[in-house]
Ligand binder design. Structure first.
Ligand code: ADP
Length: 397
């Protein structure tokens, strides 16, 4: 057995892997895309060098994983079975409060939670089964997007629906991006040199999916995503919050349930508003060249985000910092400044110069006065590797 840690993240048509050494140094990063087509390939990044591996036509997750692992072994990136394999699993329902070693009972429970995440859990399980057959003796750990939010109080997770919706069907707010929010908590605690259990923050994860979380004394107390990752902020292609009356309205206009679902998940958000792209960097460029719809998309994104940051304050008794992370949060001074401008009354103020260089000369800090505001790059894969290691330590106690 080697000293390597492997992280596997299976999406619907993609596959991400990361290889870490025991001391948490990232050794390689693999992204396989367009699985299930005749054009699937994997890009492998190692020590600043990039290689492309052509995958067999119409590869499913199992075939793609087998081909990638074979390549990693040939290139001596993997030497023997990994020490542990951490799998990203989107939905753990109320069953999983922490990363958990996978046995048949756990796999069955992940399957049952698939009712709440039909697009995600089944593919996550495919990845788990594929890795179990490749490395039957290696501990496989499930790290859940929802687990960190299992500390939400009932007033934050209950919807105002008839009780039976929760009791019979599990309809409640679960929250997602837990791995990223938990990582941000760790990093802020390190920066402030405080134990995590004393740190309170608002974490804004802004990537293609976006969510904010209120973390009070190291525990998640509120978050913007709900039963599914569609609730809350404006995202790349997801609408975030809409009036629930919209469903009726659109059905009366003749739209099917599938087309409404597609609209809200894949055709809305920044893409829907701009009519152009879901990519924030391109939107900023388009807005600068006078594209009004692109400017409006950015405006709506920032305003909704500011509203949610304001709402998160209701869950906190003190605040150590507001943290921006994810591709947009880490890289867009425009979005950070515009969002914080809405929050003056709550005591947030950005320092323009620090914000422009992402706080790099100030240990991530970008506030002028008032509450701390930070830019902290997230590392979901590194966090999954760490949680997987901690879980095998726990399971061998
Ligand atoms: P994912 O959720 O898929 O992991 P990322 O966290 O990589 O996504 O975030 C992708 C988003 O980050 C895209 O909207 C992209 O345009 C945005 N982004 C990356 N760099 C910049 C930048 N310099 N300015 C504005 N947005 C950026």
């Amino acid at each position: 057995m080697s000293d390597t840690l492997l992280v596997v993240n299976c999406g619907s048509s993609s596959l991400k892997l990361a290889v870490f050494s025991r001391d948490m140094q990232r050794q390689a990063q693999i992204l396989a895309e367009r699985l299930g087509t005749s054009d699937s390939s994997a890009s492998i990044e190692r020590k600043g060098q990039r290689q492309t591996l052509q995958l067999p036509d119409n590869s499913d997750h199992q075939q793609a994983l087998t081909a990638v692992i074979e390549h990693l072994e040939q290139e001596a990136i993997l030497e023997g079975a990994p020490l542990v394999i951490g799998h990203r699993v989107v939905h753990g329902g109320e069953t999983f409060r922490e990363a958990t070693r996978i046995d048949q009972h756990v796999a069955d429970a992940i399957h049952r939670c698939g009712e709440l995440a039909p697009l995600h859990n089944p593919v996550n399980l495919n990845g788990i089964r594929a890795m179990q057959s490749l490395y039957p003796d290696t501990p496989q750990i499930a790290v859940f997007d929802t687990a960190f939010h299992q500390t939400l109080p009932d007033h934050a997770y209950l919807y105002a629906l008839p009780r039976r919706c929760y009791q019979d069907w599990g309809v409640r707010r679960y929250g997602f991006h837990g791995t990223s929010h938990a990582y941000i908590l760790r990093e802020l605690a390190k920066k402030l040199d405080k134990p995590r259990s004393n740190v309170s923050l608002i974490s804004a994860h802004l990537g293609n999916g976006c969510s904010v979380a209120a973390i009070e004394n190291g525990q998640s107390r509120d978050t913007s995503m709900g039963l599914t990752p569609l609730e809350g902020l404006v995202m790349g292609t997801r609408s975030g919050d809409v009036d629930p009356g919209l469903f009726d309205f659109l059905q009366r206009k003749g739209l099917s349930q599938d087309s409404i679902s597609r609209m809200l998940n894949q055709e809305s958000g920044l893409l829907g508003l701009s009519g152009k792209t879901n990519d924030m960097r391109s939107l900023v460029q388009a807005a600068d060249s006078g594209n009004r719809a692109a400017q409006e998309a950015i405006d709506v994104f920032c305003f909704r985000l500011a509203r949610y940051i304001g709402a998160m304050m209701a869950s906190l008794s003190h605040l150590d910092g507001l943290v921006f992370t994810g591709g947009i949060g880490e890289n867009s001074p425009r979005v950070r400044a515009k969002t914080v401008r809405h929050l003056r009354l709550l005591g947030f103020e950005v320092d323009d110069a620090k914000n422009e260089n992402h706080g790099q000369d100030n240990n991530g800090s970008i506030n002028a006065a008032g509450h701390g505001i930070y830019v902290i790059p997230t590392d979901e894969e590194g966090m999954i590797a760490r949680e997987a290691l901690e879980a095998i330590d726990r399971s061998s106690d």
